[in-house]
Design a binder for this molecule. Structure first.
Ligand code: C2O
Ligand code: CU
Ligand code: CU
Length: 459
């Protein structure tokens, strides 16, 4: 759906019944459709007008994940749309082209609502990406892949749990669903094909590759193009991370995109040891072959030549951060262990998790930032690894565990995988007030819902 200046674009949160595969009909949620929502296409330099309307019986929000818009338009937990209500938005789009997404974000319910379907992809285009150097025929050689994991009951209903151990380690399903389909397949033209990968799972980490181990090129990370394509055979995506890749099908041979079944990542010596290691290592056997999930089958249509056949050497329009010298350093520790909070999860309840020793409180502002000031944020974790997300801007990853990150991770991002310690360079050019602050949180949605989130103003 092209979202431009014209009025009348609607996103309606509705209940649905969705067939993930023949015979499996599940009750779901969607934006203007049974499950998930339309891909929203926005253009840099324009205003995107749309109305989000809530036809459900619980409150939702419409959060534009990765967009540089002010706090009052960000759709965080404070900006609830009550049942029967609607919210009109006019978003001034001024950031480099890239692959983003949107999802509901009410505190304590985000995991449940996103799992059931209140999410969708959002693309920003600009003059550089419109030049035709990259495959950009949507659905033909430019293919969105919203990757999620699901658990189904015997009768085909969606299974979900956000308390107890599911909340501690993050809820994980045993089946992979792409764009709402189990066992998906796609036909592509013969030549270069671009896939836009979004990990929209609640907590599962993917390590993607092709079953014939072919090489592909990463051209973009979360928030825009990289300066040059990065050759890869594997690509890791934590929840909410995105990547764009180019895959060469000019020899006419199809292939299969697969992912390793990545276990919950405990820190250092904790893996497999201690009470949590033992309790969190388990789980039901996922639907894999030798620990590998099938994600997408790709068939090449040899009667159809692709529009793009040569890999560009440089990517025009790559955004190189010019954030300047940092003026301060802030520290964030992602806490699984906070007093008795974790025990509640071990005994089946909703655990109390936090950041810097405090669980999320809608009435408390955790940090106050200044517009346009560059900072270094140092994020650490006390027990397991987490995908840390920041609203309202894009940042640059400086280091992980004291070492510089690889080239593919040096572009603009809004989610970063935190192991022992990670440093990012960040700056905010959009304001956020006490009434509508920005969030930082773990994007394992059960952790976020259990309080691993904080909020800040920018003025
Ligand atoms: Cu994907 Cu706080 O958001
Ligand atoms: Cu976000
Ligand atoms: Cu987490």
């Amino acid at each position: 759906m092209d979202v431009g200046d014209e009025a009348g674009n609607r996103l309606e949160a509705i209940p649905g019944t969705h067939r993930f595969t023949e015979g499996i009909a599940a009750r779901t949620l969607g934006w203007s459709q049974d499950y998930l929502g339309p891909t929203l296409r926005m253009r840099r330099g324009r205003t995107a007008r749309l109305t989000a309307q809530n036809h459900l019986d619980s409150a939702i929000t419409a959060h534009w994940h990765g967009l540089h818009v002010p706090g009052r338009q960000d759709g965080g937990p404070q900006s609830l749309i009550a049942p029967g209500q609607k919210l009109e938005q006019a978003l001034d789009i001024d950031q480099p082209a890239g692959t983003f997404w949107y999802h509901s974000h009410p505190h304590g319910r985000t995991g449940d609502q996103v799992y059931r379907g209140l999410a969708g992809m959002l693309l920003i285009e600009d003059d550089d990406t419109a030049s035709g150097a990259l495959p950009s025929d949507y659905g033909v050689d430019d293919i969105p892949l919203i990757v999620q994991d699901k658990a189904f009951t015997r009768r085909g209903a969606l299974e979900y749990d956000d308390g107890g151990m599911a909340a501690m380690q993050g809820f994980r399903g045993d089946r992979i669903v792409v764009n709402g389909a189990l066992d998906p397949a796609v036909r592509v033209p013969q030549g270069l094909v671009r896939f836009r990968l979004l990990n929209a799972s609640n907590s599962r980490v993917y390590v993607f590759s092709f079953d014939d181990d072919r090489r592909f090129h990463q051209i973009a990370s979360d928030a825009g193009l990289l300066p040059a394509p990065v050759p890869r055979k594997q690509l890791q995506l934590a929840p909410a991370e995105r990547a764009e890749i180019l895959v060469d099908f000019s020899d006419g041979a199809g292939g299969r995109l697969v992912s390793q079944d990545v276990p919950v990542q405990m820190m250092g010596g904790m893996m497999g040891g201690g009470m949590m290691g033992g309790m969190m290592g388990g789980g039901s056997g996922p639907d894999t072959r030798n620990g590998v999930f099938r994600v997408l089958d790709i068939e090449v249509d040899r009667s159809r030549p692709a529009a793009v056949t040569t890999l560009p050497r440089e990517l025009r329009g790559a955004h190189l951060p010019t954030y300047g010298e940092p003026v301060r350093r802030r520290r964030f520790q992602l806490n699984m262990m906070m007093g008795m909070g974790m025990m509640r999860g071990m005994f089946g309840g909703r655990p109390k998790l936090g950041i810097n020793g405090q669980s999320y409180d809608m009435g408390r502002i955790d940090q106050q930032l200044r517009l346009g000031e560059t900072e270094i944020w140092e994020i650490t974790a006390d027990m397991m690894s987490h995908p840390f997300h920041v609203h309202g801007t894009s940042f640059q990853v400086l280091s992980r565990n004291g070492r510089p990150v690889e080239f593919g991770e040096t572009g603009m991002k809004d989610v970063v995988w935190v192991e022992n310690s990670t440093e990012i360079l960040v700056r905010f050019d959009q304001p956020a007030s006490v009434e509508a602050p920005f969030m930082y949180h773990c994007h394992i949605l059960e952790h976020e819902d259990s309080g691993m989130m904080g909020q800040f103003t920018v003025s």
